[in-house]
Design a protein around this ligand. Sequence first.
Ligand SMILES: [Zn+2]
Length: 248
Amino acid sequence: MLFQVPLARTGERRADAEQLAIAHAGELLPVTFLRSVRARRVSLRVDPARRRIVLTAPLRMSRAMAIGFAETQAGWIAARLKRLPTRQPFVDGAELPLQGVPHRIRHRPDRRGTVWLENGEIHVAGRREHLSRRLHDWLVEEMRRRATPLVLAKANRVERTVKRITVRDGRSRWGSCGRDGSLSFSWRLILAPPEVLDYLVAHEVAHLVHMNHGPRFWALAESLCEDPMAPAHAWLKANAEALLQYGA
Ligand SMILES: [Zn+2]
């Protein structure tokens, strides 16, 4: 069992997804239609990770009724589609925040095999077609390098041992803590300000002691944070959509 800091609701079976086009004001709005065993009623939501609007209906509801609901909400769908954040691929000249500080990406085809920081820029050597993968791998390692000492120091304070630290590419959660003492974090936290990473580490380390989200858990998490927890929590919530747009 994992206790997670969720990013978005998951659990869909991709095979069941159907692409709909809802007509609205001379436009066709793309909507993904899903069936859910858990859904009690029909609903619409924004899925920023996949940049789509999702219509979810209970198994027993007719397709026509579900689509009819989406049609009544076409204005909302159109507005939310327009507000989806733009993708931020890793390309030469693009901007990427590193620990909350904007850095320009510079492709250096003249140099061999590595990634380095120089004058507030991220330089990526090698061939253009490898830039995105190479930068991604570097960010994963950078995240591991920053998170590991934080995890070990906080685990030491609560006198718990950490079995493993994993940096993931998941789009469904920021971090998790397993009962065996394995912690995992999203590499995207390296893009966030340091106090946000500190908060996430404090959160997962506190789960080494309390495998729940009860008052004692939150008190411990707060005591493990370098800064007050609430602003970091709010920052993550406000910036989740934006952080999900970086990379391939
Ligand atoms: Zn938690």
